[in-house]
Design a protein around this ligand. Structure first.
Ligand SMILES: *[C@@H]1O[C@H](CO)[C@@H](O)[C@H](O)[C@H]1NC(C)=O
Ligand SMILES: *[C@@H]1O[C@H](CO)[C@@H](O)[C@H](O)[C@H]1NC(C)=O
Ligand SMILES: *[C@@H]1O[C@H](CO)[C@@H](O)[C@H](O)[C@H]1NC(C)=O
Length: 866
């Protein structure tokens, strides 16, 4: 029996609770029960997903259990029960767990350990073989603290059982001691008929939601066997802002929720520091302009603002911060519409200019004394002009800001050094966010602005008597934004203490100090009614928050401090059984089948693949279009190109490295019908096969789907997925409907670009382009149509003279001791803009690259993709 746990994902911005629920059906496997049981007590959610299946066939079959969880959730338990015997998961330190797992793998069983991270969720997958007539139950538990945003706690459950399930149920029980003020439940797949099936009730402290469609109600039509259950199920609620119930004490732990309402907003001073380097060109800069225009509509008249743009140079809109009068906003709109890209990335220059300007505004009393200042930086690249050493930048920025205001760093796309942006933001009381390159990028930008657009208090401190409390979580906050909530938890030194004095201070619009000092007397008895939900929730909430904050502090820490933080977080993760980035859950599967273990890991955030897009955008080798090959020759700052004309169906060997075991082959497709007028029929790559013999890995990419075969394990994605997948030796990022970035072992990286044509195009069909990066990581023995050019190549151009096309001169090229007639032309690099591409000037070698490539082009035709 093969047990394998996979783990996948999406964005960090979640205050949401997700649980994407998805059990695939293998022939003969009936899932007869699926339940999500969610218990939320004081924002702390404890979710149990239970799925039961039976093998109705007469041979053993594989059942796959796969769930998507919020990135901010920690798995706390997983177990499988096969024919009445339970196989529990145990939490181990990551290294220990990994060794145990590797031991199993080295015994020859293939187990898929896929760690992947996407936008908002992480995927957890287990597959298990069960005997005929056998039953299996999967039970997964995870916990998460729901964060308040825009005035609501939101919990969204993505549902996709893929088959009709006899006993399907989502049940949510909420207990909020402060009292529930509103409760909503909706689903993207909910039709009018299904709306009545959602049962929702709430009164005072308790809320209940259940969704339990019958088999018939799950059908897409009366006789259909397809399920309508496919989409997001969302629960939203908010609570009353009552004291003293915002302070809760149970069994020696306390939690304090702070979210004042009815305070006027503070005016704010916002500096937008925007990257306009060349890599932002095309859609990114358009989306940025679009977002900034929307943001300008939301800026309030009391606010001050300015724009700093950085490419190679730094430009500012105004010399100082400007008040958001209607006239100034109009002028700003004109400015924003005119923003265009240029040059490289002088991030240091741009950011420092912004900080200096804000400092000067405060020193010169240009901005109101009672106001909240923030810096929002957006970048899609890495600093490469001016001061480009990231440690130096961090040091300068920290020194200049001196903790006076938060720095928010938005990293656009995968070309950024996100670690650096995150460290720098955390060091300066802000945070970093990824902006995913997708059609909603401008909404993501606006969404972030909305979160920080209504500051109510600055320098908020929540103080508790030091001699009564230990292990306090973070208790000072630079800003408090309307619609959010501050949560502080801690432990009483005296386990029996049940009252607490709280002192909250912050600076608001009208008060010197917003001062709130209350004495709370609570008895454990007062909270006994919630014990029916789960008893030690405050202790677990405290542990969750502490671990989350330790992991965050760890990001910017170094040396012994980092070691200490790691040790502390690990200790708590093990003690409270949380699967965090430091721990794994190991499931030992039944000995009777074979000796394989599965492992559940917290996936790592999207890896640093910045070099893929950043340095020297045109220096690489690629094949795209008809198919045209571009060979960049860095020492000449020039490129050579050639086309290969072969028949549709031919498979060409592009790269072959006997040392790293990497091969890349491409299969040609033609147009939809033969163009009888043309001498040469256009062909394109319709299928690429990338194999790594040493890793037993095969990747097949077509314009429809991406299939990864690792030994006997197969995983599939479509171009509609946004995926970041990290697995031993393989990193794969799918940029929805755009491109795919692939890195194998320590070998080269590839970008595959998807070209989509209009579906009803009479002639053309969708095709692929391949771009090889870091090709120097392949061995000297690498060959193939593209691979042979990974070694340095030199050429000499002589006798440039007019050719048959007046715009394209001919010349004589000396290359590999051959004398060739070449033509100056352009080819397209489609990595950034798959529709229009960017022109790359090159010397074109005629006749299928004759004289440039080793041998003749037909030598490279192979019999199959692998
Ligand atoms: C994990 O789940 C299994 C199955 O429900 C249960 O028997 C076990 O006690 C749970 N472990 C913990 C630590 O809660
Ligand atoms: C649904 O099934 C019934 C019974 O098998 C059959 O009589 C009827 O024609 C079916 N309706 C449709 C729309 O297929
Ligand atoms: C790390 O922990 C050790 C042992 O508790 C302590 O002595 C040391 O001061 C800590 N170092 C830092 C940098 O916090």
């Amino acid at each position: 029996m093969a047990v394998s746990l996979l783990y996948n994902s999406w964005n960090t911005s979640s205050f949401l609770l997700f649980s994407f629920f998805n059990l695939q059906v293998v022939n003969g496997i009936e899932i007869y029960s699926m339940k999500i049981d969610s218990k939320v007590t004081s924002r702390f959610a404890h979710n149990v997903i239970t799925s039961r299946a039976v093998n109705r066939g007469n041979v053993h079959k594989e059942v796959v259990f796969d769930v998507e969880l919020p990135k901010t959730a920690f798995i706390t338990n997983f177990s499988m029960t096969i024919d009445g015997v339970t196989y529990p998961g145990t939490i181990k330190e990551k290294e220990v767990a990994k060794k145990q797992y590797e031991k199993a793998v080295s015994k020859g069983q293939t187990a898929g350990l896929v760690k992947a991270s996407g936008r908002k969720t992480e995927k957890f997958t287990v597959s298990v073989n069960i005997e005929a007539a056998s039953k299996v139950t999967f039970e997964l538990t995870y916990e998460e603290l729901l964060k308040r945003q825009f005035g609501k706690y939101e919990m969204f459950i993505k549902v996709k059982p893929k088959q009709l399930v006899k006993d399907f149920e989502i049940e949510v029980n909420i207990f909020e001691p402060q009292g529930i003020t509103e409760l909503e439940a909706e689903g993207t797949f909910i039709t009018n008929d299904l709306q009545n099936i959602i049962k929702k009730t709430f009164s005072e402290k308790k809320g209940h939601i259940s969704f339990k469609p019958t088999l018939d109600q799950q059908r897409t039509c009366a006789n259909c066997s397809q399920s309508v259950l496919d989409g997001d199920f969302t629960v939203k609620y908010d609570v009353k802002r009552t004291t003293p119930d915002n302070l809760q004490i149970v069994n020696g732990y306390f939690v304090h929720f702070f979210a004042p309402t009815n305070l006027p907003n503070l005016p704010k001073n916002v500096i937008f520091v925007i990257d306009i380097s060349g890599s932002m060109s095309g859609r990114e800069i358009e989306q940025t302009r679009e977002a900034l225009l929307k943001i300008l509509d939301d800026i309030k008249e009391d606010d001050f603002f300015n724009f700093i743009l950085f490419g190679s140079e730094v430009r500012t809109w105004k010399e100082t911060l400007i008040k958001a009068t209607p006239e100034n906003l109009d002028e700003a709109r004109k400015f924003v519409r005119g923003i265009n890209t240029e040059g490289m990335t002088n991030l240091h220059g741009g950011l420092m200019r912004g900080i200096d300007m804000l400092n000067a505004a405060h020193e010169g009393n240009l901005v109101p004394k009672r106001s909240a200042s923030i810096i929002i930086m957006l970048t899609d690249g890495q600093p490469n002009v001016g001061i480009s050493n990231t440690q130096d930048i961090q040091a300068h920025v920290k020194k200049a800001i001196e903790g006076k205001y938060p720095l928010y760093n938005l990293g656009f796309g995968y070309g950024v050094d996100y670690n650096f942006l995150e460290k720098m933001a955390l060091e300066n009381k802000g945070l970093a966010r990824r902006i995913y390159p997708d059609s909603d990028a401008s909404l993501q930008l606006q969404g972030f602005y909305d979160e920080v657009s209504n500051p109510m208090l600055t320098d908020v401190e929540l103080n508790y008597p030091v001699n009564e409390i230990s292990d306090l979580t973070k208790n000072s906050f630079k800003h408090f934004y309307d619609g959010s909530e501050i949560v502080v938890a801690g432990r009483f030194i005296d386990n029996n203490q049940n009252s607490l004095t709280v002192d909250v201070r912050g600076e608001g619009v009208s008060m010197d100090f917003f001062d709130l000092s209350t004495v709370h007397k609570q008895t454990a008895k007062a909270f006994q009614e919630q014990q029916y939900i789960f008893g030690d929730y405050i202790e677990r909430l405290w542990a969750y928050l502490t671990i989350e904050q330790l992991l965050e502090e760890r990001i910017a820490a170094t040396g012994e401090e980092k070691e200490n933080l790691t040790a502390e977080a690990l200790d708590l993760s093990l003690k409270y059984k949380f699967v965090t980035p430091l721990t794994s859950m190991v499931v030992t599967k039944p000995e009777t089948y074979d000796n394989q273990d599965g492992i559940a890991d917290k996936p790592i955030e999207a890896p640093q693949l910045s070099y893929l897009y950043n340095s020297h955008p045109t220096w690489y080798t690629s094949v795209d279009g008809d198919p045209h090959f571009i060979i960049s020759v860095p020492q000449k700052k020039d490129a050579i190109c050639f086309n290969i004309n072969e028949n549709p169906g031919a498979v060409l060997n592009l790269i072959n490295d006997p040392v790293t075991g990497i091969t890349v082959n491409g299969e040609l497709i033609g147009d939809k019908r033969v163009n009888s007028d043309a001498k040469i029929q256009n062909t394109y790559f319709g299928k690429l096969g990338i194999a790594n013999k040493h890793l037993d890995l095969r990747l097949t990419v077509t314009p429809e789907k991406i299939t990864i075969q690792n030994g006997n394990e197969k995983t599939g994605f479509t171009w509609l997925d946004s995926v970041t997948l990290q697995q031993e030796g393989l990193t794969l990022i799918i940029n929805r409907e755009k491109s795919l970035v692939l890195k194998m072992g320590s070998g080269a990286s590839f970008v595959i670009v998807l070209h989509q044509v209009w579906k009803k195009h009479p002639l053309h069909q969708d095709f692929l382009g391949l771009y090889a990066l870091e090709s120097e990581k392949l061995s000297e023995q690498t060959h193939g149509l593209l691979g042979q050019f990974f070694h340095p190549i030199d050429f000499t151009i002589l006798e440039i003279h007019p050719g048959s096309d007046p715009k394209k001169p001919d010349a004589t090229m000396i290359v590999k001791n051959n004398e060739l007639t070449v033509t100056r032309g352009w080819q397209k690099d489609y990595r950034r803009d798959p529709k229009h591409g960017v022109d790359v000037p090159c010397w074109f070698v005629h006749n299928n690259g004759a004289g440039l490539i080793d041998g003749v082009h037909t030598d490279y035709i192979v019999s199959s993709l692998f």
